[in-house]
Design a protein around this ligand. Sequence first.
Ligand code: BG6
Length: 498
Amino acid sequence: MSTQNKRLHCTETSAPTNIVIFGATGDLTKRKLMPALVRMLDCGLVHPDSRIIGVVRDMDHGKWLQLVRDGLMEFSNGDGMDDQCWQTFAARLKIVPGDLDDETTYGRLAESLEQLGGMKNAMFYCAIPPGWYGKTVTGLNRAGLTAEDEGYRRIVIEKPFGMDLASARALNRELQAVIDESQIYRIDHYLGKESVQNLLVYRFANSIMEPLWNRNYIDNIQISVAETLGIEYRAKYYEHSGALRDMIQSHLMQLMTLVAMEPPVEFTANAVRDEKMKVLRALRRFRPQDVNTHSVAAQYASGHVNGDDVQAYVREDDVSPDSATETFAAVRFHIDNWRWQGVPFTLWTGKRLEKKASEVMIRFRKPPFNLFDNHASIPAANALVFRLQPDGGVVLRMNAKMPGLTTDIQRLVMRAPYANDATAVADAYEILMHDVLTGDSTLFSRADEVEESWEIVEPILSAWKGRFSIERYRAGTWDIPAMDTLTRDCVGGWHRPT
Ligand code: BG6
């Protein structure tokens, strides 16, 4: 079926669905899920007969509606939230009161769905702390809500999926004991970003890429997410997580698999995920003695970010004053296969850095010698940068002749923005929820991928566990000398976003 909706180009409509949100008063629901659902309804990405059911503790219907409305005013950028629009949206909101650890909550939910009648399809969104995923899905199962007899039943699980290999495995086993893997949608919101999906289109819809995309032409690849924000209100989670778990094991390793994978035989969920999985399997495992030379951990000290004074990580609320949790992490990976042998992939991320930017930087080999009769040594190596955010696009760094009677070389930067019309770009949560509603799991992590990526970072987690001290960097800077050491043998060294 093909629909051209008002704002977003979309080729598949979804069936009427009960959209059940666990954690309906939480931050994710307020900031991301509700604004996305409003836009999706507006664009026809959610079937107009669908309902949104919040499982809510200690709150009546009126209070919840007010909370949702306040959240929309704050996080929807005013997108069409006039009174009429709100009334239409609010008419779809239902509430089921109850605690997640109370068995009767799931029974009440089943009764409500029955009473509301009609629709058999359900998407259950677990926007709840990770400790509750297993219990919630088991509760749904006991209440008969996961059986796909008459309609689909899909469960969305947020990140983090486990805190290490053992907990991720245990969670997979717990979920798979009661539901089928095909019903599980493990979200990594980076895969929902349009600019990230565009990486695949750049790679596989342009024939100039493939001949260059290998060890013969590429010297090194750096994949980065630099943030200016600190940890905000999330210290309790972040203190136990740190940047390695929070970003590298999930978002950045997922990006790496998209950059490094072989062309899939078809663009279907399992074909794509099989190729991503092969990359993970080919990643060289770290021996304990490799960890120091292949990783960097650092923590922000006080400084200035975007003109404001900001405090050190250890002064943030709920952070221990002697915390050694990393707010910056980098890992240098090697992929032992024919395409990538000898090409380091450096993945790095940090909070309170100088600029916000997420990039995939492909650095090509240097030209073999300088043909031109000038003083420059070998011209700088070309770089192709896929800018993922804040402003998506591609940047190609070339060498060009200086104007005038000379063959001196200057650097030329060619920029191609991804989308001129920002309103045509869908938010990651719109894309991912639409995929759940239409049953497309291509952009969701499979059980084996999650376990494999935990297994790969496990030696680093072990080496970093119980560390008493950590390097510091001044907030608002790139002042992390260990990064220059980590990328010392890479052409161009450490690539900071420009
Ligand atoms: C989340 C991390 O998954 O991604 C956060 O938990 C991080 O720490 C965020 O700030 C970054 O996402 P985005 O979309 O803002 O780049």
